[in-house]
Design a protein around this ligand. Structure first.
Ligand code: NAD
Length: 319
């Protein structure tokens, strides 16, 4: 299969591109590393990925460049964008550009293909479209309640993908829930916690630590994404990709500091506007349509992420 992965210099995209290549598919990796929240890191990930067998890397800005070659595929996995609730308050134009405009252009390029040659398009959405979960997990047909520019942009991305589906494009929306694991973005909680702990600083926590999340290991996110690319699904459908058991930030910190063997010293920071008090994935649809549930529990997944940070520190020390 010819697979295009956008956002391939990013955290989730680099793992997904890798996995498709390992499975023997022909992968066109697409990114504009200069649009990343951390351009230098994206350039390094990009160089590593471009060197893998089975991967061709094309530097393209989805909001500007001609996208004909991106649409010439069996499957497009669209992970490029500007992530993060916190960042989005000060970056509304970039969020609009890299999430909404980029997606609109990509979908339009796919629609321009002759009907029989149009790719299936798997699009990254986010648990943030729900707002805060209540006493039960969020199901895909729950009302959407975006509370930040980022979440609003993902609602718009979903609307665009839904409209494209009605016009004959096979789109699927994956609502990812707090992804973690090796190569996690530096602005995300566990990355910041592990880096602080490894350099003897208190862990920077937004709010009281009682927020809870369906933390989902990137390995599980990859397997859900590959399943979504392979299965025949109703066009325009949204599927939660999240661990079925939410964990509080406080409990995650206890696990993490326990595994690191350091005291759980915390520095409280002002809570982020628009950050859900709880995210909680109902995974019945993912089970039914993708045969997927998250297989990695948090203790095991955190050990994996910690090992990755340690190896990166060791590389810096030796190199
Ligand atoms: N990581 C999570 O927990 C999480 C949760 C929910 C949803 N998501 C979504 O999943 C996707 C991947 O997230 P991530 O954490 O890997 O983010 P990331 O920032 O690591 O990767 C995104 C990549 O997109 C690229 N990009 C941005 N604008 C572009 C453009 N105009 N043209 C081409 N490339 C562009 C960036 O350079 C970057 O490499 C995003 O759409 C994000 O909103 C992530």
């Amino acid at each position: 299969m010819r697979v295009v992965v956008t956002g391939a210099a990013g955290f989730v995209g680099s793992h997904v591109a890798d996995a498709f290549a390992v499975a023997g598919h022909e992968v066109l990796a697409v990114d504009a590393p200069g649009r990343s929240l951390t351009p230098d890191l994206a350039r390094r990930t990009w160089a590593d990925l471009a060197a893998r067998p089975g991967v061709v890397a094309a530097e393209l800005d989805l909001a500007v460049d001609e996208l004909g070659p991106v649409a010439a595929a069996d499957v497009v996995v669209h992970l490029a964008g500007r992530p993060g609730v916190r960042d989005s308050w000060g970056a509304r134009r970039a969020v609009e550009r890299d999430n909404v405009r980029a997606t609109a252009r990509l979908l339009a390029a796919c629609m321009r293909r002759p009907a029989a040659l149009r790719p299936k398009v798997v699009v990254a959405s986010s648990s943030s479209v729900y707002g805060s979960a209540g006493r039960r997990p969020n199901r895909e047909d729950d009302p959407l309640n975006p509370a930040s520019p980022y979440a609003a942009s993902k609602v718009e991305v979903e609307r665009l993908a839904g409209a494209a589906a009605r016009d004959g494009l096979r789109t699927v929306l994956l609502r990812y829930f707090s992804v973690y694991g090796p190569r996690q973005r530096p602005d995300m909680a566990f990355h910041r916690f592990v880096e602080a702990a490894l350099s003897g600083r208190p862990l920077p926590v937004f709010g009281d630590g009682l927020r809870s999340r369906s933390f989902t290991h990137v390995r599980d996110v990859v397997s859900a994404t590959l399943a979504a690319a392979a299965e025949d699904l109703p066009p325009g459908i949204a599927v939660n990709v999240g661990h079925h058991e939410p964990v509080t930030v406080r409990d995650a910190i206890a696990m993490l500091t326990g595994a690191l063997g350091v005291p759980a010293e915390i520095r409280r920071e002002t809570p982020v506007a628009g950050d859900a008090t709880r995210t909680w994935a109902d995974t019945a649809r993912a089970r039914r349509l993708l045969g997927w549930t998250a297989a990695t529990d948090l203790a095991e997944g955190l050990a994996d992420q910690i090992a990755w940070h340690r190896a990166a520190h060791e590389e810096v020390r030796v190199g």
